[in-house]
Design a protein around this ligand. Structure first.
Ligand code: ATP
Length: 256
């Protein structure tokens, strides 16, 4: 099922938060396109959707397969916050999206810290955060979100992949997906602005797919650790033989 632009804009309705939704048939990467708009002053709530991306990247520059049928989009936020809080925002967006999709599709969608979405032991999608700062303040923050919906999956992945269509046994309307996804992301972000990170941390516990032990890959180093929880800035707290350590999202990969 292709994305119908008119239907999508109608499904989104007069959204309060997502004021400017731009849909493209093909983009290199929705993050790169939105970054350019952000640098030229685009406002919070701008969304770029690519029906397909031809040069999308995941974390650490790994390529992200994004053919037609999937949901590939980037959102622009301008939180008036210190740089140190970007980890909270990353978790807030992932937890909000996982929770919203869980409720809507009745599927056990979880979050693999910091910002991958998992379903039935497989990777459903991921979120890539990029930001710019002015001094210690965030100037803009872009979250690139890629979710396998109806698209074919890449033939080889580091961890097994899945899609919503595989899990549900049917294709779903992308217009409906975008309405749900954007609605749950803005709700989670606005709640975070009002109530802080504590409710997000509580919800993260419900949707996290990390077990008690994780394998941590940090640069050349690899070690095992016990998961303790999330810090106040969204870092992962783990216990090793040397004591408690805080892991920053941009520095580590976890195996579970
Ligand atoms: P980690 O699990 O180590 O944190 P990552 O989240 O850093 O991994 P990303 O960089 O986000 O991984 O994603 C890139 C990897 O995802 C690629 O190496 C590829 O194996 C896999 N991949 C690429 N496209 C898709 C897709 N559409 N669905 C699932 N996995 C994909």
């Amino acid at each position: 099922m292709a994305l119908d632009r008119e239907e999508l804009l109608a499904a989104l309705g007069p959204q309060q938060f997502w004021r400017d939704v731009r849909i493209f048939e093909t983009v290199g990467s929705s993050n790169d396109l939105l970054k350019e708009l952000a640098q030229h002053g685009a406002s919070e709530g701008t969304v770029v959707i690519g029906e397909e991306q031809v040069s999308a990247r995941g974390r650490l520059g790994r390529s992200w397969h994004s053919p037609k049928g999937g949901a590939w989009f980037s959102i622009l936020l301008r939180p008036q916050m210190e740089l140190g809080q970007s980890g909270c925002i990353a978790v807030t967006l992932a937890v909000g999206l996982a929770h919203g999709l869980r409720e809507a599709y009745k599927l056990p969608i979880g979050v693999k810290w910091p910002n991958d979405l998992w379903l039935n032991g497989r990777k459903l999608g991921g979120i890539l955060i990029e930001l710019a700062s002015r001094g210690e303040k965030i100037e803009w923050l872009i979250a690139g979100i890629g979710i396998n919906v109806n698209n074919p999956l890449p033939s080889e992945t580091r961890v097994p992949a899945t899609s919503l269509a595989i899990a549900l046994g049917r294709e779903i309307a992308l217009e409906e997906f975008y309405r749900l996804a954007l609605g749950s992301i803005s709700e989670s972000y606005e709640n975070f602005l009002k109530e802080g990170f504590a409710p997000v941390r509580a919800r993260w516990r419900e949707v996290s797919v990390l077990g008690d032990r994780v394998g941590v890959h940090q640069g050349e180093a690899k070690f095992e650790a016990s998961v303790v929880g999330l810090s106040e800035s969204g870092k992962l707290l783990v216990r090793t033989m040397q004591g408690i350590r805080e892991l920053a999202a941009e520095e580590v990969s976890l195996s579970i």
